[in-house]
Design a protein around this ligand. Sequence first.
Ligand code: GDP
Length: 425
Amino acid sequence: VVRAEMFGQLTSGLEAAWTKLKGEEVLTKENIVEPMRDIRRALLEADVSLPVVRRFVQAVSDQAVGVGLIRGVKPDQQLVKIVHDELVKLMGGEVFELVFSKSAPTVILLAGLQGVGKTTVCAKLANYLKKQGKSCMLIAGDVYRPAAIDQLVILGEQVGVPVYTEGTEVKPSEIAKQDKGMMDELKDVKKVLNPTEVLLVVDAMTGQEAAALVTTFNVEIGITGAILTKLDGDSRGGAALSVKEVSGKPIKLVGRGERMEDLEPFYPDRMAGRILGMGDVLSFVEKAQEVMRQEDAEELQKKIMSAKFDFNDFLKQTRAVARMGSMTRVIGMIPGMGKVTPAQVREAEKNLKLMESMIEAMTPEEREKPELLAESPQRRKRVAQDCGKTEQQVSQLVAQLFQMRVRMKNLMGIMEGGSIPTLSN
Ligand code: GDP
């Protein structure tokens, strides 16, 4: 199944900003004016609310001219990184986990307007929690749409979770008696249930309207978070980007399709990565993991964390990448390397061979301590002679390793809390 690229329009809108910085040496107040205008336009077109856009653009420009360039990072890449980090922040930063009651059972109250996907989310959520080894029960409370109860019973059966229902026997007169408005009624239900979580289900297609709804429900009844549905559709991103900032309440889960499996936690960092078209960093790690042995990966992770990533790791990693075969696909997943032409792929493969030959000409000590090479022109000269390359090429490789350390640390920062969550799966 090929999914349409999420928030594609936003992605290409932002791309315009980076493009304008190509060839620049530094970020200045002057040269970010145009890119910032592109960012502003892209966000507004994505239906992010105006105050949010204003704050965002301000925060990005302040940083863009405030921070010094990281060595080896170009201004456009630097701006991508700043925008990425601000997007993550905007969406709440971390993952907001569901809270469970210490004294079971945990009660989760789902509310939302008609058609947003409540019934579907109920069953998806039960399925999701069941997979985590929890036992669940669904209680149908949507007496206003009898078909919703039948739908919940069917979905409950499908995911193997019991559904408690008082049926569709509720008389219209009884429904009429409760004609107090949805908000009041919801307040009553909340009082009776004393839920651990009160989650408002909102439809991503409704953009900043969804964020406004979350605010209203939070003010009226007090909610613990939101679930954003229909992210697989051609929504523009406004809801995902605005909910937390506008309402103060996090998006805890997202629905990305009609199947029962299509519910996942909301990862602001991955979302930001996708929006920027930086490729899915996590699937890159997963791919790398297929070819790297588990302990290698862990070892590598430790080294990356402690900035000890050396030429042995460099070699191991480049070989692993080569073994993955399809360089094009892998390169596409590396942040900042969106569009790669076949010529660039051939170039990358050629570079890989070049690197290999130079690393092989290093002594074991030099491979472990790249500093030795960084400090000593004699050593670089010797390596160059041994593999028949120029000293400049060796210097470049050494510089590249140090850049890679920085980049890998940044990459780790993109992933939750600096660790690779998927490695233990
Ligand atoms: P409710 O009225 O809030 O209970 O909404 P439903 O659960 O009945 O969902 C309304 C429609 O939206 C149904 O056709 C669902 O299949 C669809 N739907 C719900 N969640 C998603 C989603 O994440 N993606 C897509 N594409 N459709 C969804």
